[in-house]
Design a protein around this ligand. Sequence first.
Ligand code: AMP
Ligand code: MN
Ligand code: MN
Ligand code: MN
Length: 292
Amino acid sequence: MMRLDLHCHSTASDGGLSPEMVATRAFERGCQLLALTDHDTLAGMAAADKTARALGLPFVSGVEVSVTWRKKTVHIVGLDFSPEDQTLGELLAHIRMGRVARAELMAQTLAKRLPLAAREIFDGAMRFCAQPEMISRTHFARFLIEAGFCKNMQRVFKHYLAEGKTGYVAHEWSRLDDAVAAIVGAGGVAVVAHPGRYKMGKMQMNELLTAFIDAGGRGIEVISGSHGELDVRHFSKIAREKNLLVSAGSDFHALGEGGRDLGINADFADDLTPIWSVLSQQPRPLPPVIAH
Ligand code: AMP
Ligand code: MN
Ligand code: MN
Ligand code: MN
């Protein structure tokens, strides 16, 4: 059994720990392999890589790309690509450009419901964000909690930010085939992130996976901080049927916000092929347990 993390976030996107702290914490929590997969940016990667390297923790490049497929938001994790690749860099830069305009609209719609001006909401959310172009719903959520409108992350999404709520603004991210092609073109592997979170029927999920595989995608997150036991079993079966490589990640964001902490046990069924079989770095062996 391996303990690793191939899906997590830092302050470079909507996480709460610096890239250095993510790598250090992943190491301390027993991870044998790490990828930092911030949303639509590679800004945290060099720092996380450097820290991981110094600790002897194998590290591969990562990103979580926002995609719109049939009007639904889908997240595609890219692993082990060349961070210098121009096409991938441009695709990510284009996605980021859309975030600020979307955040303006979010602030305007939230202002209709809250006793605050749109500007106050926008500026308030921005205060939680290291880079304006990385502004996300998570930063709005942190501001709304701080301002006392909601008690915790779960509630703020449930009441304000989830699809269909006041603060939700529909947005066109990148195309599925473009995102997958950019990751693969950069020498990486594309993985469908947390499939258990998408509100799709069996048939639509099948169509998504077919489109993903046709575009060159090869992996699926089976073990995820967003998945329960049933999801793990369900998506193991799908991985088998579709011949997909299986991945595992916590989707860690920050401490004390109710999500999963870094590091996850990747105990897949024996007949599944783990994603790291095609990665340039392998999980480091753990030091032997000394019996007393
Ligand atoms: P965005 O990319 O701006 O749409 O923000 C999406 C992010 O919001 C996700 O990556 C999660 O970090 C966070 N998020 C979405 N739904 C929830 C939820 N129900 N509870 C907590 N965080 C959520
Ligand atoms: Mn996030
Ligand atoms: Mn995601
Ligand atoms: Mn994520």
